[in-house]
Design a protein around this ligand. Structure first.
Ligand SMILES: [Fe+2]
Length: 205
């Protein structure tokens, strides 16, 4: 059966994503939802078809470096020590290193490496500020934070959507790119992504 290069790449990305979900049941489905949110922003920004495809794969793979974080830290319920938090933070660099080794995915490296930067320069790993942070990384940061807020975590219950929207609003220009946060808040008000649809088995087609 003929399989296009594009499909093959996406299948590799999905296999990686499922490997990560298998490791961390708490966040299973997180990568898919982040992808859905990120794409809704990318489409609203009129990104090119090629850019959208990169964004899709980068969003799915943003936390792939967590594969390299020990379970005792990744699944810890109690407060992390500074050293443990430092280990968790290494996931963006580990993810970038995994993808760097495959020429096909080299273009996704900046988005993965910088997805925990903050607009005010207080993020990691490099403390980049404003538009020095790659666009895809700024988009994924917002999609990622929103999904984390509205999901249950081992150490806290989910926030409701209203509260999460208020958090996005109040962190515009500090944690988040203000223009992208504004667009995402509008999207969530006007046409929230269909979560049931993206959890169907054919979600990636
Ligand atoms: Fe992350």
């Amino acid at each position: 059966m003929f399989t296009s290069r594009k499909t093959t790449n996406l299948e590799i990305v999905i296999a990686f994503t499922e490997a990560l979900d298998a490791r961390d049941q708490h966040t299973a489905g997180h990568s898919r939802r982040v992808m859905e949110y990120a794409l809704s922003i990318g489409k609203r920004l009129d990104l090119s078809a090629g850019s959208i495809e990169h964004l899709r794969m980068a969003a799915l793979l943003h936390d792939i470096g967590k594969i390299g974080i020990p379970d005792a830290i990744l699944h810890k319920i109690d407060k992390l020590s500074d050293a443990e938090y430092g280990t968790i933070k290494a996931h963006s660099e580990i993810g970038a290193n995994i993808l760097k080794s495959m020429q096909t995915f080299e273009d996704l490296v900046p988005a993965i490496y910088h997805h925990h930067e903050r607009y005010d320069g207080k993020g990691y790993p490099q403390g980049l500020r404003g538009e020095n942070i790659p666009l895809h990384a700024r988009i994924i940061a917002i999609a990622d934070s929103f999904d984390a807020m509205i999901s249950d975590r081992a150490y806290r219950d989910a926030l409701n959507v209203e509260t999460a929207l208020a958090e996005l609003e109040s962190n515009k220009g500090t944690q988040f790119d203000p223009d992208i946060a504004h667009i995402f808040i509008e999207i969530l008000h006007q046409s929230p992504p269909d979560m049931n649809k993206i959890m169907e088995p054919e979600w990636y087609l």
